[in-house]
Design a protein around this ligand. Structure first.
Ligand code: ZN
Length: 93
């Protein structure tokens, strides 16, 4: 079975990562690069300098949620349908 990646854009940093929707423990969706771990709070912020690079011990973001290892998972189709941002053209590969 081929893994499916849901993503919105290539990472703006030169790391060949994909920016993907991530479900946090609170159920809030954030966007995270699967390579460098940078977190954006919404698709609009991808175009801005508003991002966080969460690190131990608090793994905090600018979104009011943390992304501590083991508490998050990549979003699936149902997640982005139910809690994603309206009107986003998600890419799937
Ligand atoms: Zn990245």
């Amino acid at each position: 079975m081929t893994a499916m990646y849901i993503w919105i854009a290539e990472c703006p940093f030169i790391d060949q990562g994909l920016v993907r929707p991530l479900v946090t423990r609170s159920g809030i969706l954030v966007l995270m690069c699967d390579s460098c771990g940078t977190v954006w709070c919404s698709p609009e912020e991808l175009e801005t300098e508003k991002y966080a690079q969460p690190t131990a011990p608090d793994w905090s973001t600018l979104c009011g949620v943390d992304v501590s290892p083991g508490t998050t998972r990549w979003a699936d189709d149902q997640d982005i349908e139910l809690t994603g941002w309206p009107g986003v053209a998600w890419k799937k590969t």
